[in-house]
Design a protein around this ligand. Sequence first.
Ligand SMILES: C[S@@+](CC[C@H](N)C(=O)[O-])C[C@H]1O[C@@H](n2cnc3c(N)ncnc32)[C@H](O)[C@@H]1O
Length: 250
Amino acid sequence: MKINFFSPNFSFKSTNRSYQSQFGENIGCNSWMFRNDIDWRELAKYEAKHFHDKDKVNIVMFAASDGSEAYTKIISLYENFGERKEKEAEKFFPITAYDVDKEILKAANSGLIKTCLSDRLELQMKCDNYEKYFEYTGSKLEILNDAEMQSEKVLKAKDILTKNVKFSYGDMFYKIHELKDESNTILMCRNILGYFCNYTIQNFIESASNVLKTGSLFAVGEHDSILMNIKYFMGKNGFKNVLKNVYQKI
Ligand SMILES: C[S@@+](CC[C@H](N)C(=O)[O-])C[C@H]1O[C@@H](n2cnc3c(N)ncnc32)[C@H](O)[C@@H]1O
C-alpha cells in the first residue's frame, strides 16, 4: 500500500486521536515526546536552580494525553541531574497527571507508547542511555480514532517512568481550585487552553493566579499561545514569562 504522508489518517505524533467533548468542542489528544514548544533541557535546569531550597516540588499536569509529556518531563529532570544526583530529581516526583478522556487515559495507564522513527532518534539524542527508560515490545497499542504511524514501534515505559507519574481522570476546570501551593508547584497545562474561547481561558488563568503563590511555575504550549494573547493575560494576572511558554508567579 502506498503511504500518503499528508493524509489525516497518517501521523508523526504518538497519538493523533480526536473526539467531541460533551459541550461539542472537537478536542485533539495529539501529543508526542519532547514536543518542541518547550526547551525541556533549559526548563529542567531552571527548575533545579529555582527550587533548589525546596524539599518537595509538585508537578501537576492537566491534559496529560497518552503520557508523552509526563515521560518527557521525568526524563529531562533525571538527565539534568545525572546518575550521581538522581535522588535530587526525585523531589519533583510523582507527577500528578489528569485527563478527561477515558480512552487516552487507558493508553497512558498501559505504560505503552507509540513512537515513530524520529521519536526514537530524538530519544537517543536527549538521553545518555534511553534503554534506561523504555524497552521494545511486540505489542500493539489500540487507541480509538487514532491515526496510523510511519515505522511505528510500541515502547514500554520502564518502572523508572511509571513509578514517577500517576494518571487519573480529572477536569482541569475543577481540579485547578483544589490545588494547594506552597510556592513549590509546576503547573503544566499545555496545548489545551487554545481549544476554548477567550473568556474560558481568561477565567482559567485567573483561577491559576488565585491558587499559585509567588515563585510557582505555569507552562502552556504553542497551540495555546499561537491562538491568543496568552502573554497579555498572564501579565494581567501576575505572571512573568521566564522561558519559552513558561511563566512564573510574581
Ligand atoms: C492536544 S492534547 C495535549 C497533550 C499534551 N499536554 C501535549 O501538549 O502534548 C489535549 C488533551 O487535553 C485533554 N482535555 C480536554 N479537556 C480537558 C479538561 N477539561 N481537563 C483535562 N484534560 C482535558 C484531552 O483529552 C487531550 O488528551
